[in-house]
Design a protein around this ligand. Structure first.
Ligand code: MRU
Length: 368
């Protein structure tokens, strides 16, 4: 994606540099800062504090983190330690574990001296693959938006999205946003309802910023608005991302996604989930029982960050002093509420047989 005419990815390396570069997403949309992360500890900290975030992106960053750890110490013990540290940063998105396992398993048989370069090459490959996957998701999802435009007789298509499943959550393109960018570029009249996505406001801060940069018409709405908009025929379809999909098609995504799916089902609005195959966790079936839900600090609920009138960034408390807050970061939408899964290989139903038919190689690799 381009910022002021310059092409960027959300995680990258400069030529010859043994460091990972990311945007500090906690400063968006008010400031634009690049962080240079030179060791695994810095990468772990950036993921934990959500300076970098989004399921595919934390996978890519985690892979670089492990590669940087191996440059400092390529021993088995150091690799195990760094894998565990990075894996513990965020528990819900399965992409992180997937990427860490891929790097570890890809270098484990090599002599220690060869591991760091091989790990770096694997991390680079994970990034390139993510871009290709998201482009393919975009092409498949574009068909849904073309069909919606046809149903509207060429009139405006209204999409509702939650959180940020955009290029800032991936290496490039985004998952849920890839079809939107492609539809906009293809001349389809598309408009996006952007859920603010409390408590961290990824919709307000990140999705609105991205869509604005690309020139996609959009409107920010309070999180509670989706059901009302759907009741009034103002949403043609929902497109969201996900942090983990079970082999039976349950979808775990940012807290509040489930409520949108319920409202969509009640109003006959298609609810599609865009995902790269590394987001499928073939080891788990029942999302509600088996997916660990990240618990974050209550302070994210009791406080909000923003820009003061004089341009300074500030955090303010919005609840009485001492109010306890609970902060579940994700929820699970049962497969029965999902109209379709938009993957890099095509669109399928959110059910085990359909996922297995779409990804026979991956299912078989997990004994399914
Ligand atoms: O807590 P976050 O901001 O990392 O949550 C991100 C989401 O919930 C996204 O929808 C998900 O990671 C998919 S990103 C393509």
């Amino acid at each position: 994606m381009r910022i002021d005419g310059k092409a960027y990815r959300s995680a990258w390396r400069e030529d010859g540099e043994h460091a990972l570069r990311i945007f500090d997403q906690t400063l968006f949309p008010h400031a634009f800062e690049v962080l240079v992360l030179r060791d695994a500890g810095a990468v772990a900290e950036a993921i934990r504090t959500m300076r970098t975030r989004g399921a595919p992106l934390i996978g890519a960053c985690g892979a670089y983190g492990l590669a940087l750890a191996l440059r400092d110490d390529p021993s088995d013990e150091a690799m195990t330690r760094a894998h565990a540290t990075l894996d513990a940063t965020r528990p819900t998105a399965v992409n992180l574990r997937w990427a860490l396992d891929r790097v570890r398993d890809g270098v484990a048989a090599l002599p220690p001296g060869d591991r760091a370069d091989a790990a770096l090459a694997l991390a680079d490959a994970i990034c390139d693959e993510d871009v290709a996957i998201n482009r393919a998701i975009g092409e498949h999802g574009l068909a849904l938006l073309r069909a919606a435009a046809a149903r509207r007789g060429g009139g405006r298509v209204n999409v509702l999205t939650h959180c940020n499943a955009g290029w800032l959550a991936t290496v490039d393109w985004g998952t849920a946003t890839a079809p939107i960018y492609m539809a906009h570029d293809a001349g389809i009249d598309i408009h996006v309802w952007v859920d603010e996505t409390r408590p961290r406001n990824q919709g307000a801060a990140l999705t609105a910023w991205e869509l604005g940069r690309h020139g996609v018409p959009h409107t920010l709405v309070a999180d509670n608005s989706g059901g009302h908009l759907m009741q009034h025929g103002l949403v043609d379809l929902c497109l969201v991302g996900t942090d983990r999909v079970t082999r039976d098609g349950d979808v775990c995504n940012k807290i509040g996604t489930y409520l949108k799916a319920l409202a969509a089902a009640d109003n006959g609005v298609p609810f599609h989930v865009c995902l790269p195959s590394p987001t499928i966790d073939w080891r788990v079936a029942d999302g509600l029982r088996e997916i660990p839900i990240e618990q974050r600090a209550g302070r994210e609920v009791t406080h909000v960050a923003g820009l003061l009138a004089d341009g300074r960034r500030a955090e303010v408390r919005i609840s009485p002093e001492g109010t306890e807050a609970r902060n579940d970061a994700f929820d699970v939408t049962p497969a029965r509420l999902v109209t379709g899964l938009v993957t890099e290989r095509g669109i399928c139903r959110a059910e085990r047989a359909a996922l297995r038919a779409m990804f026979p190689d991956l299912a078989a690799a997990h004994g399914d």
